[in-house]
Design a protein around this ligand. Structure first.
Ligand code: ZN
Length: 431
């Protein structure tokens, strides 16, 4: 099924299980080139298939090592192998490409590869990945990645996953990263810049490092100093952190919002400075590693599952860190929403409202309503099991509703119907 909000993105007729990208990037001229190898399986017999890729010059396209015919128009690279692929057949596609990457235009501004004053970053949610590599751009098609980036030696390259090697030849350095956890295309990221690593306090399980402009190293260490404690607390309530490490990049620019990627979050200079409004973003991005990145949505209509649980994580952290309780945060959000138009259906908000702040607030509220209904013991068991049962998987709203019902003594249909499917704001249940 094509994505209901982005029917032009992705091709559901095959699945990719691995991407190997070998890219060269020159920050001055903003020039990106290289090779992408996709290892995939045909879900059905295919005489042709489509990849998503923005406006690059294509050098060669090979299927199983043999030149294939292709057309490249309007962000779609349509490939016709010399021999049709049988249903269930494993195949590889190699694409050689070069060009000047630029963000994909969207109602939310540019998405994907973005040139910075000195370097570049990638923030693709929801459909920006084709701005820098050919892909099957659907959140449900998760794959492992090996990404090699060659760039002038003074720059640091940050990609999610484990750094395998870093090799310097004359004035260029090649950074090779392996992301072995299944990853949605929109969560694949690269940051290139004059960054300095700032390790955060030792954490028993998860190494955490910041990559920040030199002059912001002190501010970063202060503002993100509580993140390791946050990691410990989220580990208690959501279960083990799903990836091998957690990296925070602070780009040397102001960004509208921080963005999550697999094992990485990218913040702007404007997100430093402390205070609850910034600390809640640190909690929010970290929580996405469980909700969104490990437990991923089947298509974009289910986005409340990512944002509602990340919002609720902010409130949980507020309570745990000695701030207002989650209940107080929920009451405040409820009052806020009561004064705003009530025309949003949480479980299927439509493309226009998928990043509306009301979706975040109401998403947090339905989670709190569920906590009040289940009671703390059952609620926290439900939450942890959700992250465990669907670790590195793909889910829908229906999956969540069915899951939660197993922890309830009374039917939850009424609660979910009111909170997820009707636009009017329901009252919070009595605890
Ligand atoms: Zn979010």
């Amino acid at each position: 099924m094509p994505d209901p909000y982005f029917p032009g993105s992705g091709d559901p007729r095959y699945r990719v299980h691995r991407y190997e990208l070998a890219l060269d990037y020159r920050p001055g001229p903003n020039r990106l080139g290289g090779t992408a190898r996709l290892s995939a399986v045909a879900a059905t017999a295919l005489s042709e298939f489509a990849l998503d890729l923005a406006d690059f010059r294509i050098g060669r396209v090979l299927v199983d090592g043999r030149p294939a015919r292709y057309t490249h128009r309007a962000g779609k690279l349509r490939v016709r192998p010399t021999k049709a692929l049988a249903a269930g057949a494993a195949f590889t596609v190699d694409v050689h490409y070069t060009g000047n990457p630029r963000p994909v235009r969207s109602p939310w501004g540019g998405l994907g590869w973005e040139e910075l004053t000195d370097g570049a970053l990638v923030a693709s949610q929801p459909v920006g990945a084709p701005s820098w590599f050919p892909c099957n751009d659907r959140p449900a098609d998760k794959a492992t990645y090996q990404i090699a980036v060659t760039t002038p030696s003074p720059y640091t390259v940050v990609v999610g996953g484990r750094l395998l090697t870093r090799t310097t030849h004359s004035s260029s350095t090649t950074w090779v990263y392996e992301q072995s956890a299944p990853t949605s295309t929109y969560l694949v990221t690269v940051s290139i810049g004059p960054y300095r690593p700032v390790p955060l306090a030792e954490h028993p399980e998860v190494p955490q490092t910041g990559y920040v402009p030199e002059r912001l190293a002190g501010a970063f260490a202060a503002d993100f100093g509580r993140q390791p404690r946050m990691m410990t607390y989220f580990g208690e309530v959501f279960g083990p952190y799903p990836f091998g490490e957690y990296t925070v990049v602070v780009a040397d620019e102001e960004l509208d919002v921080p963005v999550e990627a697999q094992g990485v979050a990218t913040f702007g200079t404007n997100h430093l400075g402390g205070g609850w409004e910034r600390e809640r973003l640190i909690a929010h991005e970290l929580a996405h590693q469980w909700f969104g990145n490990s437990v991923s949505i089947g298509d974009w209509s289910h986005i409340w599952l990512n944002e509602g649980l990340a919002k609720y994580a902010e409130w949980l952290w507020s309570e745990r860190s000695g701030g207002p309780t989650a209940a107080a945060r929920a009451l405040y959000a409820h009052r806020l929403l009561a004064g705003l138009p009530q025309d949003l259906r949480l479980a299927d908000p439509g493309r226009k409202l998928m990043f509306d702040d009301r979706l975040y607030q109401r998403g947090g509220l339905v989670v709190h309503a569920l906590r009040l209904t289940l009671g703390d013991t059952a609620f926290f068991r439900m939450l942890k099991d959700w992250a465990a049962f669907h670790r590195h998987g793909v889910v829908t709203t229906a999956d969540f509703v069915a899951h939660a019902a197993r922890y309830a003594r009374t039917p939850l249909e009424g609660l979910f119907d009111a909170w997820l499917w009707r636009p009017e704001l329901p009252p919070l249940p009595a605890g």
